[in-house]
Design a protein around this ligand. Structure first.
Ligand SMILES: Cc1ncc(COP(=O)(O)O)c(C=O)c1O
Length: 345
């Protein structure tokens, strides 16, 4: 009754969403601050009678706002989807389906290997350097590339120059750069999409725009790539983004003042937390994201002790990273509670 492929499929395991109050939730890299008030205003002033109609299937108004913000040439360079997970899944299907030797770091966003199973893709996992940086020179001679920049769960970023090197070294192969966390401190490659026809940059509203609950993501690339993605999308779901998500994301994008203020607060707290940990002699990777990757002699034990104190972090019992915890940056107060708990341990 159930296909062999589905029987073998190992789905992505997301961070726990705990029930009840009192949790310090540092396990899903959500934004610790609420979204811009402009989002609520836009949704409240929406005429709900319109919900009887289907939404604009191409999210034209939102794409127009993205075009303005990133100075894109035409709407044909932008695709919007129901979360960046969906955009990435469609991009995997469009460009990598059935192919082998798609290059990706050995430590990265674990959803990539799930989509690889789904679409019969052979990933070639390239070992990160000892310091968890990416060795750009190894990203050659594959049939495509997928990299998160900054990488997750390591938080380490590649410069735009290095990304460009990868794009140049892979002509006629699609290079996908997943920029879920880029606003927190890395350089975006969006401007390179005008120069290279093989680069697709994928973004989300879940992290820096604090809209994980609204589920909006987008991709920027050459119009040929975007056309191909649209073909797959329109063979799957014509209306992936509901009306409220379209207007909410647009309002968030246009409130730049709020965006930069909340981003700044997160960055200050992140750097302060990293300094406090380093002062305790704890190794923390240099983060360009809204989370820290922290080394502990017994990371699992620290994870469990934090849990007893209602602090949720993320731990993977996997080779090379089983001595690390990934900890999302919360409010100043939450991070102080986290530091206190680590001190006690
Ligand atoms: C590297 C990376 N890419 C993409 C996503 C997906 O984000 P969303 O589906 O909320 O847009 C995540 C989520 O945590 C992530 O860590």
């Amino acid at each position: 009754m159930i296909s062999e492929k589905v029987k073998k499929l190992k789905p992505y395991v997301a961070g726990i969403q705990p029930e009840g109050d009192g949790w310090i939730k540092l396990n899903a890299n959500e934004n610790t601050y609420p979204p811009s008030p402009a989002v609520a205003n836009a949704i409240k002033s929406f005429d709900f009678a319109r919900l009887r109609l289907y939404p604009n299937s191409d999210s034209n108004e939102l794409r127009e706002a993205i075009l303005q913000k990133f100075n894109l040439e035409t709407l044909e360079c932008c695709f919007v989807g129901n979360s960046s997970d969906e955009v990435l899944a469609i991009a995997f299907q469009t460009f990598f389906s059935g192919k082998t030797n798609i290059l990706t770091p050995d430590i990265s966003y674990s959803f990539y290997s799930v989509w690889a199973q789904m679409y019969d893709i052979g990933l070639t996992q390239i070992r990160l350097n000892q310091d968890f940086s990416i060795d750009v020179s190894q990203y050659k001679n594959g049939n495509g590339v997928i990299i998160a920049n900054p990488n997750a769960p390591t938080s380490v970023a590649l410069s735009k120059l290095r990304v460009e090197e990868i794009v140049k070294n892979n002509p006629k192969r699609v290079v996908i750069i997943d920029e879920a966390y880029v606003d927190f401190g890395a350089e975006t490659a969006i401007c390179l999409t005008k120069k290279y026809d093989n680069l697709l940059v994928v973004r989300t509203f879940s992290k820096s725009y604090s809209l994980a609950g609204l589920r909006v993501g987008f991709a920027v690339g050459n119009s040929q790539l975007i056309n191909a993605i649209n073909t797959v999308k329109k063979s799957f779901n014509s209306y992936p983004l509901d009306m409220l998500a379209q207007i909410g994301a647009k309002a968030a994008l246009q409130d730049e003042k709020y965006f930069y203020e909340s981003l700044g607060r997160i960055i200050v707290t992140r750097d302060k937390t990293a300094r406090a940990l380093k002062e305790m002699g704890i190794n923390v990777l240099n983060s360009s994201a809204n989370f820290l990757f922290i080394e502990f002699e017994d990371a699992k034990e620290v994870y469990e002790k934090l849990l007893e104190n209602k602090i949720l972090a993320r731990y993977w019992n996997k080779p090379r990273i089983n001595k690390f915890l990934r900890v999302t940056i919360g409010t100043e107060k939450e991070m102080e509670a986290f530091i206190q708990c680590v001190k006690q341990l």
